[in-house]
Design a protein around this ligand. Structure first.
Ligand code: SF4
Length: 622
């Protein structure tokens, strides 16, 4: 019983008798906020036979229930794994601080919502890495589950679950590398079942864990950090990775080629609690051809794959029948670019008429929004409408390759107000490479012009400006760029506040300290794993929530680990070896560098549906 924590001891008891955990929970839940987050039993929840499953997985979402249950990756992968008779998949979310504290003091280990089994009971824990500021929650969840953080401490036999992760964060997972056995790069629909089958079969055949890990590296898209050693020059500057066989020197992402055949979660779980997105998410396409130079999602998702309208209409009907949701959102990175989007909208609106279901679109590029589309959308219940010009001048929009013209924005805004919208939100980013005061002034001028466009049509017209801070991301043309300092970002936010002070335009902006923390992890290397551990030990959690983010802990942790934030937020030399060079999203480093050089010259790159830019993604799918 030496150094077993309360959770350790309790887990043993609860693993053998999950009902025991239910009883312990009954004593705790009445005293916490939104107990429904922890109770399970929702509509469409899968109840699979524990004993019959070859591989038992728990899907961990490192944020609160309402956010996790709105995540499309969770809906797809959790549903897909449960669809397979060999596997079972359950869910666990980061408990809100009040619940985490109660669990810790009551000795209740983190458990899965379907069977109330502690996470230690599972063969595999799969984590989705959607945003960097959720990483401290991952360590908190491991602590609460009584599972050692570092993979090296879990490799004794199969007492401990495998820890794997996927999502955009897997394309530079080095800050998390010591904590995970493997990362899954790219589309999970085919790769995840292959990984679970391998683990399940080897467990059954008593294959040693190390051998299983080696076999996993033979699957395209699997990155096992244990096989990669960083090399540095005599000054200690990172020079690249040494890969040990059988691991490939370059890990290439998994790509689902036939997107029409890709699994779709029609029977997704319908929570009792209100969630961030209480609606059906119909994924109309994956990838984007626009090539905005700050956008990581656009690069990681290439090549573009559209789903056929008839497939989407069938999925919509199946989903409405299975969930009773009253809204369908057509999701993708740029839904306005979906071929025949107006036709699809018209057909879906007609299909849904009998079900009184609303069809909506997420934020739209101004240059893909027109009167026709406005007419289709406004047939259903009108919520706000969001456009993303990103930068306030044509010069800077060309630098970031956004390709939207002023007249596109004003035509879209006019079409929206004409179609009866009163609420328009405009998305911008500040701190972009080459940004000047004129670009900031351009944001204010555009917003005021948009408001005037609205006010000429209705006195109720309102415009909100939402400004995020540029964070340089791996696998983008701006992966070498510097992030503005906290002081500079705050000064720019102050400039916009002054510019818009005497207007009725609402201004929203992001916390500069949070953006700096995000940038440290976004381009972090293995040394930043130590930073995360110190942060978790100091009590950092829910860092993506402004009410919980504590910048002083980050300063303390940076000092404790002798890391300089500027090293991670500053510019990188063109010839620098990057911590993610051994991981491929299909888009080549040469293409990214060429795009970065074009941005310095203010040169645009055409939408690659019109002209292929030879980024490499289309040739890297087989
Ligand atoms: S290879 Fe060409 S067409 Fe394919 S994603 Fe890249 S730029 Fe676009």
């Amino acid at each position: 019983m030496g150094n077993m924590t309360v959770q350790d001891i309790a887990s043993q008891q609860y693993i053998s008798d999950p009902a025991h955990l239910r009883r312990a929970l009954d004593r705790v839940l009445p005293a916490v906020i939104k107990p429904g987050r922890y109770a399970g039993g929702e509509w469409n929840m899968a109840r699979k036979d524990w004993e019959a499953a070859e591989t038992r997985m728990a899907f961990l979402f490192p944020d609160v229930y309402e956010v996790g249950m709105s995540n499309l990756a969770l809906r797809i992968l959790h549903g897909l794994v449960n669809e397979d008779p060999r596997f079972l998949c359950e869910r666990a979310f980061a408990p809100w601080p009040d619940m985490a504290d109660k669990m810790r003091s009551a000795g209740i280990p983190l458990y899965a919502l379907e069977s109330f089994r502690p996470l230690r009971a599972f063969d595999v824990l799969g984590v989705t890495l959607q945003y960097e500021l959720s990483y401290t929650n991952i360590l908190n969840m491991l602590d609460l589950a009584g599972i050692p953080r570092r993979a090296a401490r879990r490799d004794s036999g199969d007492e401990w679950p495998w820890l794997i992760a996927g999502g955009p964060g897997a394309f530079n997972p080095e800050p998390l590398a010591p904590f995970f056995d493997a990362f899954l790069l790219g589309d999970g629909e085919e790769l995840l079942p292959a990984v679970l089958a391998r683990i399940g079969a080897d467990k059954k055949n008593g294959v040693p864990r190390a051998e299983t890990l080696a076999r996993l590296t033979e699957l395209r898209g699997v990155y096992a950090p244990a096989f990669y050693t960083p090399s540095a020059d005599e000054r200690g500057v990172f020079q690249g990775w040494q890969a040990a066989a059988p691991a490939p020197p370059l890990v290439r992402k998994a790509v689902v080629a036939d997107f029409n055949a890709a699994w779709f979660p029609a029977r997704c779980i319908v929570p009792f609690n209100e969630t961030v997105h209480d609606r059906i998410m119909l994924e109309v396409m994956r990838g984007c051809t626009r090539g905005c130079r700050f956008c990581q999602a656009g690069m990681l998702g290439r090549p573009l794959r559209e789903r056929a309208p008839e497939v989407l209409r069938r999925q919509a009907l199946e989903s409405v029948r299975a969930t009773g949701y009253e809204e369908i959102s057509l999701v993708s990175l740029s839904t306005g670019d979906y071929s025949g989007v107006s036709h699809l909208l018209r057909d879906l609106t007609a299909d849904m008429a009998g079900w009184s279901v609303n069809v909506s679109l997420p934020s739209l590029r101004p240059d893909s929004f027109d009167v026709e589309l406005a007419a289709e959308i406004q047939k259903t219940r009108k919520s706000g409408l969001t456009f993303a010009p990103e930068a306030g001048t044509q010069r800077l929009r060309d630098v970031i390759n956004k390709g939207v013209k002023d007249e596109d924005l004003f035509r879209a805004v006019a079409a929206a107000f004409d179609a009866g919208w009163n609420n328009i939100k405009l998305y911008y980013m500040i701190g972009l490479p080459t940004e000047t005061e004129a670009d900031l002034a351009g944001i204010a001028a555009q917003a005021e012009a948009a408001l005037q466009t609205g006010r000429r049509r209705s006195g109720k017209a309102r415009v909100t400006v939402s400004v995020s801070n540029f964070v340089p991301k791996p696998h983008t043309p701006f992966q070498w760029a510097a992030q503005d300092s906290r002081e500079t970002l705050q000064a720019k936010q102050g400039y916009l506040r002054d510019k818009l002070r005497r207007t009725p335009i609402k201004l929203q902006y992001h916390d500069a300290d949070m953006s700096a923390a995000e940038a440290i992890l976004s381009r972090g290397d293995r040394r930043t794993a130590g930073l995360l551990e110190v942060l978790a030990d100091k009590g950092a959690r829910f860092d993506s929530w402004s009410e919980w983010f504590r910048p002083e802990l980050w300063q303390e942790a940076l000092r404790a680990t002798e890391l300089r934030a500027e090293y991670f937020t500053g510019a990188r030399p063109w010839d620098a070896a990057l911590p993610w060079d051994h991981l491929s999203a299909g888009v080549t480093k040469e293409y990214l560098r060429a795009e970065a050089l074009k941005s310095e010259r203010g040169e645009r790159t055409e939408d690659c549906r019109l002209v292929c830019g030879a980024c490499g993604a289309c040739g890297d799918t087989a």
